[in-house]
Design a protein around this ligand. Sequence first.
Ligand code: NAD
Length: 260
Amino acid sequence: MAQLSGKSVYLTGGASGIGKAVTETFIQEGAFVTVLDKSAAGLEQLKQEYGDRVLCMEGDVTEYEDHINAVRAAVEAAGKLDVFVANAGVFDGFAKFSEVTPEAMSDAYDLLFTINVKGYFNGAKASAEELKKTNGNMIFTVSGAGFYPDGGGVWYTASKHAQIGLMRQLAFELAPDIRVNAVAPGGTLTALNVIGPLKPFVTAVDPDMKAKSIKSRNPLRIAMTSEDHVGAYLLLASHQSRAITGEVISSDGGLAVRGL
Ligand code: NAD
């Protein structure tokens, strides 16, 4: 039997990359998925591929109202909400502490933290009441950068540590009604957007170079794709993990045993 049969899921950043792969797998496993994303084109593509199994909401995770509207629409369409996946995020292009200027700091810091941290908080706040009714769960996409340096720059790494802190605090406060966990992917071949004030810090890398670099940095020597991580989300979303809360599943090719 499908593992998420009859489940209603709300996920952010599902129009691309890891969020899209999770959306696709959850639909294949029987879920109805409501996706909030700012990419109209990506959402249109998703709609064409999955029709009435997916509800596409164009919006911005930094706007609390957009989450409220998405949760309301999910409940109207599916009658309930079982799972919230906070996933939409942006990257700082390995911005180095020693190189960032005070001017860039305020713009880039605010932008990245508002999307990566406040965006997760907004979604959790908007969905908690409905998740309580179903004894549901939340899953945060964090990163190897939530544990180790050099998986991003100074702002991205700090934001991923903050997401783990938020996840643990929510797991504590929302028990016993709602489980809250995270998946920490390692470097993965996706678009992972760098936007606006963050762009000056980015050096363009071609996909082959990126694959080689990702492979060389994890013990399993995998150039990970989005699909490599979906099993962890499936486990955390399903009843199989009913005793797990406040945990992070690392899906990173073994960064913890990298050694020196
Ligand atoms: P991606 O760029 O392919 O997908 C991110 C999606 O989020 C896009 O569809 C984008 O439109 C959406 N988005 C971005 N800002 C938004 C906003 N303000 N409001 C609404 N939607 C917004 O990137 P990805 O690599 O799939 O990243 C997804 C998550 O995975 C992020 O949290 C990222 O930090 C994390 N992650 C990525 C990697 C990696 O190497 N790619 C590694 C570890 C963790």
